[in-house]
Design a protein around this ligand. Structure first.
Ligand code: GLN
Length: 188
């Protein structure tokens, strides 16, 4: 199984290591060709405005949209923002990948100074994760809630797309990546 990590910004190596620790081959994605022959993709957190500019500069938007339409994808933090169909606080010139029919709100957990570590609750486990200028999910629509924090949805899955408001890789949490791998396995 080959899983790509979008390598424009963020904790690319950390995501790669987690995927490898779960038995997947993990490769960096920077060019359109890199998306060929991948079974899944991780879009790391960072700054969604910067990442969307880089997606434009690297001419990846169309290929990413096609990938996200059919293949398993995990977006974390800025990745969740980029995958959302509707984003509160989106800059006028900020292009989204879209595909995930939720409404999210940028920086809704506060600024950099309000960043925090917390334990999130999944259906059958808990994990420590990091919230860094994290978005909130304002409306999950038809998405399934995968994790909550203080009763609020913070990770969701809609068909092939998984997305979380937080950074799992900073604390080495692996649950979301293993759900991504399960989703890939179920299609092979
Ligand atoms: N709030 C940031 C944004 O708009 C996301 C922060 C993050 O990915 N840590 O992109």
């Amino acid at each position: 199984m080959r899983v790509g990590v979008l390598a424009l910004q963020g904790d690319v190596r950390e995501h790669q290591r987690i995927l490898e620790s779960l038995g997947a081959e993990a490769v960096w994605v920077r060019r359109k060709e890199d998306l060929k022959n991948l079974d899944g993709l991780v879009i790391p957190g960072g700054e969604s405005t910067a990442i969307s500019k880089l997606i434009g500069i690297f001419d990846l938007m169309q290929t990413l949209r096609e990938f996200v339409a059919t293949k398993p994808v995990l977006g974390t933090c800025a990745g969740l923002i980029l995958l959302s169909d509707q984003v509160e606080g989106r800059l006028d010139d900020q292009e989204l990948i879209g595909g995930l029919d939720i409404v999210s709100s940028r920086n809704a957990y506060g600024s950099q100074a309000n960043s925090f570590e917390a334990t999130v609750q999944y259906e059958d486990t808990t994990e420590p994760v990091a919230f860094i200028r994290a978005p909130k999910i304002l409306d999950t629509k038809s998405a399934k809630v995968l994790a909550t924090y203080q009763g609020q949805p913070v990770a969701v899955q809609q068909n092939n797309i998984l997305a979380a408001c937080y950074h799992p890789e900073i604390t080495g949490s692996t649950h979301l990546h293993s759900l991504l791998i399960t989703e890939i396995d179920s299609r092979q």
